[in-house]
Design a binder for this molecule. Structure first.
Ligand code: NAP
Length: 326
């Protein structure tokens, strides 16, 4: 089984495999595990690999990709690799730093190009700062980054051949519209990568993206890594949902596979992270069964608008994306 034949055409003519392998792991996880897991994922059939400068694993992930090319498992063109700029969220967001950050990623990866380059998050920091500037009350001082100027820098990365496609991540509808309505827009974002799972199904944002030929790429499809630093530990666990559990039994599948399948059937590209060989092999089985339209509706009904990655420390920022309804 191999996910490369299951692709969606992007609005720039390139193709993206509908199932992607996530590579973010908490800091305490040894980085070398990203190499082993990425190799296992490619062996299992994953062809879409998601990383970012901030994950600090691009050297390890690049090593895995190159070793799977060297041993003949894949060719470079079989792999769809996504990167995102900046060290700490948007440090490298500044238009003048967008391309140099991609060049740094490519150096770490030892690759000539990425398939997809994304603005990671619409909030920015000043270059060299490791935290958002705050006032005397600890409130973040708005430092509006010009998203349109940043987008123009992204367009230059595509023109330079360093990124085949360009897109955004964690943008709300208003921010997407800002780019789409930009005078002189050269390339539309091909996708918006956002948190999306059974408890936050993003149906309105999905409808909007579909109407603009922008692919919605879902992260945290299984309900996120639940890392203490980022996620409220009292929040409900998607994979423990009783309705999901009953459906998994009915289909003789796991709750994880039902969650992944749900996204693919509604036209969403799904990322999934696992560093366990057993679960990597399990997750690629998503192409082997189908959910009925009645069961898709049941799953639609599980939505609770629960966002796990709220990034509260940036909530005072003018470009904070999660205050709008969608
Ligand atoms: P996720 O894919 O929802 O879930 C990952 C968790 O589920 C892991 O702890 C994994 O643990 C476990 N898991 C994987 N397969 C499973 C299975 N079959 N059954 C049960 N548990 C399973 O979480 P995520 O890491 O938050 O998101 C995925 C990827 O999206 C990230 O790695 C990253 O590439 C991307 N992402 C992007 C952003 C952004 O701002 N753009 C934000 C977050 C994530 P094991 O490893 O132990 O299997």
């Amino acid at each position: 089984m191999n996910s490369k034949c299951q692709c969606v055409e992007l609005n720039d003519g390139h193709f993206m495999p509908v199932l992607g392998f996530g590579t973010y792991a908490p800091e305490e996880v040894p980085k070398s595990m990203a190499t082993d897991a990425t190799k296992l994922a490619i062996d299992a059939g994953f062809r879409h690999i998601d990383s970012a400068y901030i994950y600090q694993n691009e050297e390890e992930v690049g090593l895995a990709i190159r070793s799977k090319i060297a041993d003949g498992t894949v060719k470079r063109e079989d792999i769809f690799y996504t990167s995102k700029p900046f060290q700490l969220w948007s440090t490298f967001h500044r238009p003048e730093l967008v391309q140099s950050c991609l060049e740094r990623s490519l150096k770490k990866l030892q690759l000539d190009y990425v398939d997809l380059y994304l603005i990671h998050y619409p909030v920015s920091m000043k270059p060299g700062e490791n935290s958002f500037p705050t006032d005397e009350h600890g409130k973040v001082i708005p430092d509006a980054v010009d998203l349109c100027a940043t987008w123009e820098a992204m367009e230059k990365c595509k023109d330079a051949g360093l990124a085949k496609s360009i897109g955004v991540s964690n943008f709300n509808r208003r921010q997407l519209e800002m780019i789409l309505n930009k005078p002189g827009l050269k390339y539309k974002p091909v996708c918006n990568q956002v948190e999306c799972h059974l408890y936050l199904n993003q149906s309105k944002l999905l409808d909007f993206c579909k109407s603009k030929d922008i692919v919605l790429v879902a992260y945290s499809v299984l309900g996120s890594h639940r890392e203490k630093k980022w996620v409220d530990q009292n929040s409900p666990v998607v994979l423990d949902d009783p309705v999901l559990g009953a459906m998994a039994k009915k289909y003789k599948q796991t709750p994880a596979l039902i969650s992944l399948r749900y996204q693919l059937q509604r036209g969403v590209v799904a990322l999934v992270k696992s560093f366990s060989e057993k679960r990597i092999k399990e997750n690629i089985q998503v192409f082997k069964f189908q959910l009925t339209s009645e069961d898709m509706k049941v799953l639609d009904g599980l939505n609770k608008n629960i966002r796990y990655l709220t990034l509260d420390s940036t909530a005072g920022h003018i470009n904070y994306p999660f205050s709008d309804a969608y």
